[in-house]
Design a protein around this ligand. Structure first.
Ligand SMILES: NC(=O)c1ccc[n+]([C@@H]2O[C@H](COP(=O)([O-])OP(=O)(O)OC[C@H]3O[C@@H](n4cnc5c(N)ncnc54)[C@H](O)[C@@H]3O)[C@@H](O)[C@H]2O)c1
Length: 473
């Protein structure tokens, strides 16, 4: 956070200077002939010599994808189980600093009829794993701080990488991922499972077939009451290792987990493939929820209740894209509210939304929701081909209703066939970039902040997101 604080100071100076330029000095009034522009706090560095972009990267097909899973907490245990269903994947190594978690994962492999994996319980086990020559894919499920370091180190050692969300916590980490992927020509995918949820995939299909016309505005969110988990101490249900997630909420104010809402919208809008996020503005409410909850659980005088928590309860971040689209992303994990990722798409010909009410409205009757019967049949007609292929199995395997399995299935499928992955390093970097960009904006009264262009212009070479199929090439 020190870095963000010093940045904040220099930003304020930049902003004050631009205010002086843009205002009439005698009256202080705004001069429309000299409008403000978004501040380029993080300029896009030139691409290092000898490096090329990795959009639509193809790598050698892998008969069997040999996987190492790092981090076997709540999320990692599910990954072991799900990947065990996929024939073309073999889990060859597992790592966690908690030996009982490693033991549990071994039992899962045995129960699933899979061979035992090599185990690592030392803090740097992921480094030993990256150096192995019999691992193709490093699959990261640790707390957030280790995602980018493990990803970069693993790519440097020739491994493809898939990481739980977010891929990066800072712009610097995001560039490290991009540069390492470009230099090593390895795949780097963030495991954004919400892109594979059933309604989200149907709306992607609808958007790609023009059902919504020109998409103008979208909304997404991560509204999920995590208070009991954030404050769960060791031994309590929902406990995060070392209470790592509470620490992030204590230290940072911004959109800390924007990817769940943004991911599906980003593909519907063809971001990084024909359009890109240009700038954002971000505001946070004050912080009330964590303190109120801590007082109730631990008492008024407890350390938890007296502590300062940086993260305002509700963060709202609005993004403008190069092609003139807007995206509204909300983040609130500390209020007693029903779960919502919103997933709203508004276009010139139609509208769709998943939360709080799932529905679609289409021209020429855009005022009204489609009836339940019409919605149902439309969703059948536009079922995404990948859901048609694997949706039933995904529902059986589960993992957030099946979307987690579709994600793993697609990751292994593309690596097996040597196809470009559905999500690439530019998605990982730009979706994760909201975290630090929103912090900078929040710290400066909603100042507009420019996105770096992680593709360094390559986004103009494509015009659509493609989820590749082996037999349709
Ligand atoms: N996509 C989703 O739907 C979804 C859902 C839940 C969690 N997640 C993400 O998954 C990640 C893990 O979350 P979680 O809920 O499992 O948290 P968790 O605290 O249960 O798991 C983190 C694990 O990392 C392990 N760990 C710590 N240091 C390590 C090291 N040096 N080497 C190996 N392992 C180490 C811990 O022992 C722990 O088991 C987070 O990024 C979280 O945001 C994603």
């Amino acid at each position: 956070m020190k870095k963000t604080n010093s940045l904040t100071v220099s930003l304020l100076l930049v902003l004050m200077a631009s205010v002086l330029v843009s205002c009439n000095s005698s009256t202080g009034s705004y001069d429309p002939n000299q409008p403000f522009t978004a501040v380029e706090v993080f300029p896009t560095p030139p691409r290092p010599a000898g490096q090329d972009h990795v959009l639509e990267l193809r790598t050698e097909p892998l008969e069997t994808v040999r996987v190492a899973i790092i981090g076997l907490g709540m999320r990692g245990q599910g990954a072991v189980r799900r990947l065990s269903y996929i024939e073309e994947a073999e889990i060859v190594a597992i790592a966690d600093v908690v030996p009982s978690s490693v033991e549990r994962a071994l039992q899962t492999l045995e129960r699933m009829g899979r061979p035992p994996a090599d185990t690592y319980t030392n803090e740097d086990g992921w480094k030993d794993i990256a150096k192995r020559d019999d691992v193709d894919l490093v699959y990261i499920c640790t707390h957030w701080d280790l995602h980018a370091p493990i990803a970069v180190y693993s790519m440097e050692h020739g491994k493809h990488v898939a990481t739980e969300i977010p891929a990066a916590l800072t712009i610097e980490e995001a560039w490290d991922l991009v540069n390492t992927a470009e230099r090593t020509r390895r795949h780097m995918m963030m495991l954004e499972n919400t892109n594979y949820d059933f309604f989200e995939m149907a709306t992607l299909n609808m958007a790609q077939q023009g059902l919504f016309g020109e998409i103008v505005h979208t909304e997404g969110a991560y509204i999920h009451d995590l208070r009991s988990m954030l404050f769960a101490e060791e031994g309590e249900p929902g406990h995060y290792w070392n209470m790592w997630r509470l620490e992030h909420n204590a230290e940072k104010d911004g959109s800390l987990y924007p990817m769940h809402g943004l991911g599906p919208l980003a593909h519907i809008l063809n971001l990084n493939r024909g359009d890109r996020m240009e700038y954002l503005v971000s505001l946070s409410s004050g912080q009330f929820g964590l303190t109120a909850y801590a007082k109730e659980k631990f008492g008024e005088d407890s350390d938890y209740a007296r502590r300062n928590y940086a993260k305002g309860d509700m963060n709202t971040t609005i993004i403008k894209t190069a092609n003139g689209k807007t995206i509204n992303i909300q983040h609130d994990v500390t209020s007693p509210r029903p779960y919502s990722r919103i997933h709203m798409i508004s276009g010139t010909k139609g509208f769709a939304q998943k939360w709080p009410r799932t529905g679609i409205a289409l021209e020429p009757n855009g005022h009204n929701w489609l009836t339940a019967e019409k919605l149902d049949s439309l969703l059948k007609v536009y079922e995404h081909p990948i859901v048609t292929e694997v949706g039933e199995k995904a529902r059986q395997v589960g993992g957030h209703g099946g979307m987690d399995f579709i994600m793993d299935y697609r990751l292994i499928y593309c690596l097996h066939h040597g196809l470009p992955l559905d999500q690439d390093v530019y998605d990982a970097a730009s979706w994760s970039a909201l975290i630090e960009l929103s912090q900078v904006s929040v710290a400066n009264q909603g100042m507009p902040v420019k996105f770096p262009d992680f593709t360094r212009g390559a986004w103009k070479k494509l015009n659509t997101v493609t989820y590749y199929k082996h037999d349709s090439e």
